[in-house]
Design a protein around this ligand. Structure first.
Ligand SMILES: [Zn+2]
Ligand SMILES: [Zn+2]
Length: 472
């Protein structure tokens, strides 16, 4: 393949490293005010309208070739995280560790200094989505979430739980928009008739069985699709959603964000919040993103395949990305974290735009185990009370054992939420236009024991299992 031509859109504000003075009064103390949802000068109270980024495509339909906003450039591993700023207020030199923050107060004259222009270590993104949900609202959401999960919670956690120390964090993400052309073909099935037949089993006993007559079709869809702001974490730590010692999947689960309201990045938005530095380059996640874009398309196509209630088995899925745009963003999350005795880090995360909340609560496994066992014991004891014998005793014991396992499973999934994730394949905004359809009936398969055809894969997700490429 020929070398890809990449168009770079410069989103760098070219701001001088240093003070961001208020144009009205000259004060350096310009910060984001969550009540007003605006940047405001804390001295003269002038409010500033958020700036939008110019040169980026808002509608994926117009994308041609590959476009990258300048804030997505590869991180220079050797770049220094420590940046020295000269304070315009008093002339002192102030050092900022850009791993932790991109703004700070001058120790001497209290002027606020910030890094606005993009630096080689990737700490400055193209856009930011400011906090909207206030801390008190996030606290309420977290408390309500934990309250519902107190009974089986770990005792130390129950005693120590407080939302006083929750943190507002800007996490790094990549927003990817794309335009693609696809041509999928395969076999679709429609359940024409459902009925019961009588069959003899191996013991010679007659048994009723539900069966299906399925009409089979040759199916083909040729389509164009425009996908806006597929959102993917751009820190190794958050991309690792299967980690055993931290529950980062719950941070993934609070997506989506209203990314269409992102504004041009300014360090002033970060005052009072912490932020995490991006440590992932486009090349690390490109393969995963392409798989996810195809997943979004496969699921979008299902709207046009409703009559195939027995599923579609795609045999060929041609998918060509015609245009793609990468933007690096900071998105806002309220985060409660707790490390349990086994050093597992538990989080309750709140989307600071939508309020969506998800979390993982450390459990008192002994208590849960004990209560689960009670079901099993009940299964053993009840038949004794009624002097039951043989098969009945066995039946109750089995039912008790199953009930205890089910109880244990339901409770632990409610507390840990291991399976919680952002269903990007359904929630990512897209516009599908089907250019050509083929639906040709071929034959009817009678007395099928399943209502789904063999190999049905139109709900398949590939992106989740694509590994992130490491930087080394
Ligand atoms: Zn001012
Ligand atoms: Zn100073």
């Amino acid at each position: 393949m020929a070398e890809k031509e990449i168009k770079i859109v410069d989103t760098d504000s070219k701001g001088e490293h240093g003070e961001n003075r208020c144009p009205q009064c000259g004060a350096s103390d310009v910060t984001y005010n969550i009540k007003k949802k605006k940047l405001i000068c804390n001295y003269c109270y002038t409010e500033f309208e958020a700036e939008t980024v110019e040169g980026l495509e808002k509608d994926a339909k117009n994308l041609e070739g590959e476009t990258r906003a300048s804030g997505t450039k590869d991180i220079d591993q050797n770049a220094n995280d420590m940046i020295t700023l000269k304070c315009g207020g008093c002339g002192a030199e102030v050092v900022i560790n850009t791993k932790e923050a991109t703004n700070a107060r001058c120790h001497w004259c209290r002027s606020i200094l910030s890094i606005n222009s993009q630096i080689e270590n990737g700490a400055v993104p193209d856009v930011v989505l400011p906090f909207q949900l206030e801390k008190q609202e996030a606290q309420k959401n977290i408390e309500a979430f934990v309250e519902k999960r107190k009974f089986f919670a770990n005792k130390t956690f129950r005693n120590e739980f407080t939302t006083k120390n929750i943190m507002g964090v800007y996490f790094p993400y990549m927003l990817v928009s794309a335009k693609a052309h696809g041509n999928f073909s395969g076999e679709g099935g429609h359940v024409a008739r459902t009925y019961t037949i009588t069959k003899k089993n191996s013991k010679g006993e007659e048994k009723e069985e539900t069966v299906y007559d399925i009409d089979l079709y040759d199916v083909e869809r040729e389509f164009d699709i425009a996908i806006n702001d597929l959102t993917i974490e751009s820190s190794q730590d958050k991309l690792n959603k299967r980690s055993k010692d931290r529950t980062t999947n719950v941070i993934n689960a609070i997506m989506p964000f209203d990314t269409e309201n992102c504004v041009k990045y300014k360090a002033n938005y970060l005052a009072g919040y912490t932020s995490e530095k991006r440590d992932v380059n486009i090349s690390n996640i490109e393969e995963k993103v392409d798989a996810e874009l195809k997943d979004v398309s496969r699921h979008a196509l299902n709207q046009d395949l409703k009559k195939y209630d027995a599923g579609v088995a795609w045999e060929k899925e041609d998918f060509e990305i015609k245009g793609k745009q990468w933007v690096s963003a900071y998105l806002p999350v309220w985060l409660y974290s707790y490390q349990d005795q086994k050093r597992v880090l538990h989080y309750v995360a709140v989307n600071a735009r939508t309020g969506e909340t998800m979390g993982s609560i450390p459990m008192n496994k002994a208590k849960l185990f004990f209560l689960s066992i009670l079901f099993f014991l009940a299964g053993l004891l009840i038949p004794l009370l009624f002097n039951a014998e043989g098969e009945v005793v066995f039946g109750f014991a089995l039912a008790g054992a199953i009930a205890s396992l089910v109880f244990y499973g339901i409770k632990s999934s409610k507390y840990r939420n291991q399976g919680a994730r952002h269903t990007y394949e359904l929630e990512t905004k897209n516009e599908l236009s089907v250019l050509r359809r083929k639906d040709e009936e071929t034959r009817t398969k009678r007395e099928c024991s399943s209502s789904t055809i063999a190999g049905a894969n139109n709900h398949y997700i590939a992106g989740e299992s694509v590994k992130v490429q490491s930087n080394e």
